[in-house]
Design a protein around this ligand. Sequence first.
Ligand code: FAD
Length: 453
Amino acid sequence: MEKKKKNICLIGAGCVNLITAYYLKHTGCELTILDAAPNPLGCSWNKLGCTWGGEDARMFTLTEADNYNQKTTPHNNESNMYFNQNVKDLGWDARQDISTELEKKWINHYRSVLPHQARQYEDSILSFNAESRNLWETMQETDAELFEGVEYKEGIVRIYSDEEHYRSQLARHSHLGSLLHNYPTLEELIINHPGLENAVNNKGISGGFKTIGFTVNAHKFFSKLVDWLEQRDVDFHWNEKVEHIQYDKSGKVVSLETPKRLLKSDNFVLSLGAYGSELLKKTPAKGIIGGVLGAWLTIPNVSPKLKHPLKLSRKGHVTEDANITIAKDKEGNPVLIIGSGYGFTGTSPHNIEKHQLELVYKGIENTAQLYFPEAYEQAAAVSALEKTQKYCIRPWTPTGLGIFESIPTVTGGHDTGGFAQAPSIACAVLASFSDTSHPMHNLYQDSGWKKQA
Ligand SMILES: Cc1cc2nc3c(=O)[nH]c(=O)nc-3n(C[C@H](O)[C@H](O)[C@H](O)COP(=O)(O)OP(=O)(O)OC[C@H]3O[C@@H](n4cnc5c(N)ncnc54)[C@H](O)[C@@H]3O)c2cc1C
């Protein structure tokens, strides 16, 4: 007798669940995917979640996601202050309305993380990047067509404004097995990457090296994946928000409710980004996912063109870390997409003070002007800069650890690395459906938070 196919309903069509759907489809499951937001194709960016609302650029590296607590002693009153200062004071708080009790608890929990715990969390997070690296490679072999026509670029050039930071990161990447090539002098950096000559002349770079990683134009990639899933009979329902989870007496999820229907399924997978605080209230993941906005600016990729994506660190700058992706705009012109900045929105992704967001935009503009002056001038001359400004909200936890809960299956909170880690998350979901264990089931648990709840 033919075995009945497992029926799974995924809530949220951001990058995490789309990659999970890809893996589930390969095991032959029947899938339905719902998203509260409209179909992203042709829809205005500010109505969409993080994956589709942000720009057409995402990066995989072995240090994506990462932990953002202090890792060196002493731990004192000045430690872990990002969420206590606003963007103007080089902190991350971008909220318009004052803290709720839950947000105070969230920030206190972030502040309480001790250096040895932060190092342990970092190891856990990076282990899932390492697992994902192999999985991304397999995906490229198995379904190569998904990576065609999406501006796939391999090798990430990391550049640092600060000499000491460059040296410490060179040692870190060497230790992680991520280093491909160090450029011992700035002259050698320019010979290999002529597009960086202006940045060096403007004293923006103290050192650089190349590491393992890749970038894609994420919207092109995920549009292809949506097509791939639809061709395999996956049902997508946009504009449909799940409002309630119904449990039976034993605590098992019986159904999910939307304004249109009751959804029944063998399993439910919820990956709601920073937008799920209401729905997750009745799950073990309640309250732990906050939002941190990041912003985007697009400039032309002018001659001599940049050929490799960049990761830029400007120590002490308002937009300290930037990913710079090589892309094509809608008309097919070569562009650089700069994504950068951190702005805590608390439990409501809409709680943003305009001035703090403006500061993030200005910071990115300053990066464009210093590192790519010709492209910046060209865009500014036709008033094109402001038109390309966008922001989106990443799901974030106090420890940087993602979330993995099994009843219902909830994944989320992967801060700067939802794209990079998605294959590993998918494998953790698959493992839980086949009653096998995956390290994420244990490592993405914040027992300290649960004890307080
Ligand atoms: C500037 C910037 C740069 C970044 N760069 C990188 C990078 O280079 N590499 C990387 O790995 N990561 C990067 N990230 C982080 C990454 O984009 C996020 O981690 C990722 O997009 C989160 O994906 P997600 O699927 O968890 O959430 P989302 O993309 O937000 O998707 C969640 C979806 O759930 C839906 N939803 C929520 N509630 C409900 C409900 N009740 N019913 C139905 N649907 C619901 C939402 O509408 C949304 O579409 C970056 C983030 C920013 C801001």
